[in-house]
Ligand binder design. Structure first.
Ligand code: ADP
Ligand code: GLC
Length: 489
């Protein structure tokens, strides 16, 4: 049996702010349990859904030394759908209304988390063959493993994988303060290890010290080796490209299943999607107080409202679309206030056509995926994107920009051969986006048979975890085969 430990700042069902939680909450279940004992460890946030508290079992506690600090860490355990989850407790660090707060607090919080995870292992009697880290919050784990635990036999054979879900967020802060927080030696804060552009950089540390780097789609694995996509770390990514693998995210098909989804009014399969989608569309229009219009082209958006997701393009052509086309928008998201305000403005101006719910809501998200005709995701960059996969699973046609995982998962419609799974545009340009929305609407209006056929085909595409889980297994095997050898830096 091979032991794998996933380390993450979020995981479904306990805490979620985005796709990372979906991935960490589902991929472990698709890794072959006959060959691998996969467990997950995350922080135990005060803001976590309290309904889970009764399921948690206290395991142990110990103290974590972070330079001159000594901080309490409690470990709780829970089982969810066959997977063991550990939750690290410390209410000083993991308080507040959301998992992430100010960066100057988060750098200490996640340094604590990484060290606590490593210290917890002997207490849990679980020695991983591979620790699978995710995003900058776990970047210091491979660093601590090499610098602070290197001489301890218990840790000697542990290999690390570092997965980049978003290279934009790197966990950067002043070197002097990070040295004070972590107690890490001054000599590793150099341009080949933890320093970048004069700051300490957790994501860089994770990538330099890990044995293997992955990211969440093949296109993004290439994008981050270029100056346009590398967010300043393209040189490092290019240099490490032999250890950088792009493995496409999958979707948890049990979680996102239109035939049994508890959040939607009318369940459907590929056989009755056309009629049932219309019924769901009517429900959504009614619930949102929008115009009851079967022919309106209903476009859904479920997203963090940030620059990454292309909202400046949407803002630019919203007025033109709403004043000239029979379109409706059902929007769910939260983030930058300029985008939240933009949707409120258009909802006030066009209440029949726009409904925006600002906030986080699992049930509303599922209702939008199930009820809309199309799903808009014009991202500036997109490491993988799960929303377009969920949309297709619910027969909702994606309209996306050709970048990263969106390019790898949405095949542009070809009206001559009736192939493709959605609509896409290449340049980050608002009118290119408008034209492709108009084109999609023209197929919806004038060639409904082709549209309906695409809905049915999209529902049958396979974006489950099966293939990608096999790729992760191969990667773990290659590292476990290297036990004891220096496969890392
Ligand atoms: P990212 O991780 O960059 O936010 P993804 O497309 O990978 O983008 O994943 C986003 C996930 O978060 C999807 O499961 C999506 O449905 C969900 N999501 C995003 N915003 C909200 C929201 N406001 N309410 C509910 N779910 C949301
Ligand atoms: C990040 C990316 C998103 C990806 C998700 C899960 O949040 O922005 O594209 O799907 O991580 O890997």
């Amino acid at each position: 049996m091979n032991n794998i430990l996933f380390v993450s700042s979020e995981a479904v069902p306990y805490i979620k702010t985005g796709g990372l939680a979906d991935v960490v909450g589902s991929l472990p279940r698709y890794i072959d349990s006959k060959e691998y004992d996969v467990r997950v460890i995350i922080p135990k946030y005060v803001c976590m859904d309290s309904s889970f508290l009764s399921e948690l079992k206290f395991v142990c506690h110990f103290y974590v030394d972070l330079n001159w600090r000594k901080q309490y860490a409690g470990i709780f355990e829970a089982k969810h759908r066959g997977i063991t989850y550990y939750l690290v407790d410390n209410e000083f660090y993991f308080n507040g209304p959301s998992p992430y707060n100010n960066i100057y607090e988060d750098v200490e919080k996640f340094a604590f988390f990484c060290k606590a995870v490593l210290l917890a292992l002997p207490y849990l009697d679980f020695c991983p063959d591979v620790i699978h880290c995710n995003d900058w919050q776990t970047g210091l784990l491979p660093v601590f493993l090499h610098t602070s635990f290197g001489s301890d036999n218990f840790y000697a054979n542990i290999k690390t994988v570092f997965s980049i879900h978003n290279i934009k967020f790197q966990g950067r802060w002043r070197i002097k303060e990070i040295m004070d927080i972590t107690g890490l030696p001054a000599h590793i804060f150099n341009a080949s290890e933890l320093e970048a552009y004069g700051e300490a950089n957790y994501l860089k540390g994770g990538c330099v010290y890990a044995d293997m780097i992955t990211t969440v789609s093949p296109s993004y694995a290439h994008d981050i080796t270029t100056p346009e996509g590398g967010e300043g770390l393209d040189g490092l990514m290019y240099a490490r490209r032999d250890r950088l693998h792009g493995i496409l995210n999958g979707l948890d098909y049990r979680e996102y299943d239109p035939s049994s989804d508890p959040f939607i009014a009318h369940h459907f399969t590929v056989k009755d999607v056309v009629g049932k989608k219309l019924q769901n569309k009517r429900e959504l229009q009614k619930a949102n107080g929008m115009g009851q219009d079967d022919d309106a082209f209903l476009i859904g958006i479920v997203s963090r409202m940030t620059d990454q997701k292309g909202f400046d393009l949407v803002a630019y052509i919203m007025e033109e679309m709403l004043s000239t086309m029979n379109v409706q928008f059902a929007v769910l998201g939260t983030g930058e206030s300029r985008y939240e305000n933009m949707f409120h403005y258009f909802q006030n101006k066009y209440p029949d056509k726009v409904h925006a719910h600002i906030g986080y809501s699992e049930d509303r998200a599922h209702q939008i995926y199930a009820s809309c005709d199309a799903f808009l995701m014009p991202s500036l960059f997109e490491p993988c994107g799960l929303s377009q996969l969920i949309a297709m699973r619910y027969g909702t046609i994606p309209i996306v920009r050709e970048t990263g995982g969106l390019k790898d998962t949405v095949i542009p419609y070809n009206e001559y051969e009736h192939t493709g799974s959605g609509f896409s545009f290449r340049n980050y340009n608002a009118h290119d986006m408008l034209h492709v929305i108009q084109y999609a609407k023209s197929i919806y209006d004038d060639d409904r048979d082709s549209w309906n056929q695409m809905m049915q085909q999209d529902m049958q595409l396979d974006f489950s975890w099966e293939a990608s889980a096999r790729e992760y297994e191969k990667l773990y095997d290659s590292l476990i085969g290297l036990k004891g050898e220096d496969s890392g830096m």
